[in-house]
Ligand binder design. Structure first.
Ligand SMILES: [Zn+2]
Length: 113
């Protein structure tokens, strides 16, 4: 399952950082999930306790920020929020754009003690 391996990467990243910073118990992990990142937040929440079991993050809460798509039209310069990855620019109808946000999943921060 895609989300399970993703979860494992998140937890290993966080527990590595925690160990370096002398944190023995991680209490909260915050991640961004972009609307177009193809990550299922529910599946991630389901996997998280399974993956953290037996690690310093065992009792951590997973907080997910949902990041909406944001694009910049290269033809007319409009910044807009496309409904999907293939939505055209609302101002000029162009498809030539760069994505500013919403494509990635990343670990934002973690808290611990
Ligand atoms: Zn445009």
């Amino acid at each position: 399952m895609h989300e399970l391996s993703l979860c494992e990467s998140i937890v290993s990243l966080v527990t590595d950082c925690a160990a370096r910073e002398g944190v023995t118990r991680v209490t909260r992990v915050t991640i961004d999930i972009g609307a177009a990142s193809a990550v299922d937040p529910d599946a991630l929440l389901f996997c998280f306790p399974l993956v953290t079991e037996g690690t310093p993050a065992a009792s951590a809460v997973l907080c997910i920020n949902h990041i909406a798509l944001k694009a910049h039209c290269i033809a007319c310069g409009t910044d807009y929020a496309p409904a999907t990855l293939i939505s055209p620019c609302p101002a000029c109808g162009g498809h030539d754009r760069s994505l500013l946000a919403g494509r990635d999943m990343r670990v934002v921060s973690f808290e611990g003690e």
